[in-house]
Every structure is written in C-alpha cells, then in structure tokens.
Design a protein around this ligand. Structure first.
Ligand code: FMN
Length: 367
C-alpha cells in the first residue's frame, strides 16, 4: 500500500548531512559525541510547558484519540495534536466535534488543529475548542489537499498574507488559549513566505510556529529544506518547531543543531516506529537507544489494535490495515502478514492474524 506521501525510501536527513542515522534501520544505535546530542529539555508555549521538546504531527486519518494515547503511553512525546478539523464543519455539525475533537484527560497537553479561511468562522470555532478544554489551538496553513485548497484553506492561504493577518487577529482576540500556526514554506519555490509569515504570527500575538519545510507544490516529494527552519528561527523570538523528514533520533538532534529550532515535530515516522520519541530521549541522554525486540513489536501492535477495537473508532479496520502495512515493513515474513491482514474481513480477524503471526515467531524463544 504505497501512499502519495510515502517517500520513506529517501535517505534520512542526518545521513544526508553526514551524521550517523542507524536507529530507524534497526541496526542498533551507535554512540555519537555529546555535542551532536544537544536537545532542548522542554518547550514553553504561552503558559503551557511541554516536555520533552517533541511533538506528534497532526495527521488526518491517523492521529485520532487512540493513536495519540498509544504514542503517549510509549513515552517520550511532549505534545500531541488532533487531526485537522474544519472550522465550518465544527460549527455546522455536532458530529464533527465527537469525531475529531474528542480527547481524554490523559492526553494533556493537547493541541486542536483547525482549518478554514473565514476569520469569523475560525474565531467562533476557536472559542468552541477553548470551551472543550484544549491546551493549545493551532491553525493549519499547510495542507496541500485539493479539496482543502479549493476552499482557500490549508496551504491555499499561503498566497494571501493579508487574509492570514485578519484570521490571526480575529482568532487571537477571541480566545485566551495559546494560539499557534503550522505552515509550509510557501506555495512554490518562487513564492517562499515562511519568514514573512512567522513574523506576522509573532506580530499578531501567536505563541509559536511550526514549519513543515516543503512548499505546497512539493507535496511530500524531495527533501524538506531545513535551511528554511533556520531562517524562520533567526527571524522571530517566539518558539519555532521544526518539521520534515525526521526518521531517527540522530535526525532529531541534527535538526536542532542545524536550525536552532526549539522543538521537533514528527509525522510519518511515528506509525512506522512508534518508539521514536522515547528513543530520542534515550539517545540524548546516553548516545544510544533501545531497539524493540520482536516481543515488543508484538505487544505494541496488539495493544494498538485492541485499543482501536475497544474505542470503536470509525473506520478502525482500515486504520488497522494501514498501520500494519507501515509497521510490518522490515519485519521478517511481514509480507505474508500484510497479505493476510489485507484479506481479513473484520477487526477481530485482523487481530487474530497478528496474534498467530507473532505467536508462531516467538514460540521457539519461549519454550
Ligand atoms: C497521512 C497524513 C496526514 C496528514 N494530515 C495533516 C493534518 O491534518 N494537519 C497538518 O497540519 N499536517 C498534516 N500532515 C502533514 C504532517 O503533519 C507533517 O507536516 C508531514 O508529514 C511532514 O512531517 P514528517 O516528514 O515527519 O512526516 C499529514 C501528513 C500525512 C502523511
């Protein structure tokens, strides 16, 4: 199952820069100099302290309450975010709130991400989000999806800084909750606006910015250009969260070292290696990090699937199939498991496939 955003065969960013990047490949971590492992202990956004300085990126169809709690339970992740949620939809339809903005107490600190293009609608939606008890409110200015851009939402707004100013001011005036923005660098290479946009955010009283260092036209292709994160960091005093192509603890440290950013945000690597946040902590602490055993992998996938089934998340079978496809790459015999899961007719059947696969593999070690 190869998705449009999957460029995982690319080289890890740290490796591109000549830094060892071996943990994600499962070869066991290598010790690196302490200087290369400098990492902020925490991140302050308004009155909210986030520790570790790591963020699970918002991912539509992935970062629902189950996935967020699953990542949090594995340890090391400082902040989690909802999937992006339509401000219009939220005001129009009660069900949107239940589906996209439901969260549990143990998810704090948690940020709700909204998208839209109407300042009044966005500020009304932000008030609603504040009443729900979220710690942070984030605006999405990065989504490249055509159906979002068509309504001027997501990265569509990157070509209209005056409208962005109106949105920033309107939302800022309507809530006390710290307000942040996540954006791409610009529409295309000819229209890079990330520095102007970050300054605008600071000027309008936003409390932090997160940059996915690609353009809208790039989609998920090519490499994230971390030099843009460095430029944004130099331009503003509010915290800057760097995002794009972190695949290992070494990458996370390299992004901090090369850009000076205040925290890192990780998206696609989280479902492929849900331990990455904990591994970053371990790596920063000691220069090495634990690699999950086969038994850990089994426990992890089983726990996540059981949580999905218990929560009765809409579309949970599709999510299980998607997750299994990410997670079993590189697992010996994973192809057979992926095929069995793909052909399964129910969530329970998928879970049984996983149990049989791993129990057969673990048998000789346990008897
Ligand atoms: C399946 C998927 C869904 C995404 N949904 C959102 C979203 O709802 N809001 C958002 O700001 N970014 C979204 N993104 C972008 C990620 O948050 C992140 O910026 C991007 O994947 C780059 O980070 P990475 O290289 O660590 O994956 C999504 C990405 C993926 C792969």
């Amino acid at each position: 199952m190869h998705k449009f955003w999957d460029n995982s065969s690319g080289t890890g960013a740290a490796a591109r820069q000549g830094v060892a990047a071996d943990t994600a490949a499962g070869e066991g971590a290598r010790s690196t100099s302490a200087q290369a492992r400098v990492f902020p202990a925490s991140l302050q956004i308004g009155g909210v302290t986030i520790s570790s300085a790591t963020v699970l990126a918002p991912m539509a169809g992935v970062t629902d309450t189950v996935f967020r709690r699953f990542i949090k339970n594995l340890g090391g992740c400082g902040l989690i975010m909802t999937e992006f949620t339509s401000a219009d939809g939220l005001l129009r339809d009660q069900r949107v709130r239940g589906r996209y903005l439901h969260f549990y107490e143990d998810e704090h600190p948690i940020s709700a991400q909204l998208f839209g293009s109407d300042p009044k609608v966005l500020s009304d939606a932000a008030r609603l989000v504040e009443d729900l008890g979220f710690d942070l409110i984030d605006l999405n200015l990065g989504c490249p999806a055509k159906k979002v851009v068509k309504c001027n939402g997501g990265s569509g707004l990157l070509r209209d800084l005056p409208l962005i100013r109106k949105i920033f001011e309107s939302v800022r005036a309507s809530v006390k909750t710290p307000f942040t923005v996540k954006f791409r660098a610009g529409w295309n290479d000819e229209e890079i606006v990330c520095v102007d946009l970050a300054r605008l955010a600071e000027d309008c009283g936003l409390c932090a910015v997160a940059l996915h260092a690609r353009t809208r036209e790039q989609g998920y292709s090519g490499n994230a250009r971390w030099e843009w994160i460095a430029s944004v960091k130099r331009a503003v005093k509010i915290p800057v969260i760097g995002n794009g192509d972190i695949r290992s603890p070494e990458d996370a440290c390299a992004m901090i070292a090369q850009t000076g950013c205040d925290a890192v945000m990780i998206g696609r690597m989280a479902p492929a290696n849900p331990w990455i946040f904990r591994q970053i902590e371990q790596y920063v602490e000691s220069g090495a990090c634990a690699q999950p055993s086969e038994a850990d992998r089994y426990q992890m996938i089983r726990t996540y699937f059981q949580m999905l089934l218990e929560e009765e998340v809409p579309g949970s079978e599709g999510k299980m199939k998607q997750f299994a496809s990410w997670f079993t790459h590189g697992v010996p015999g994973g192809g057979a498991l992926r095929k069995a899961i793909y052909e399964a007719k129910s969530g329970a059947e998928i879970l049984t496939n996983v149990e049989e696969f791993f129990e057969a593999k673990l048998q000789p070690q346990t008897t």
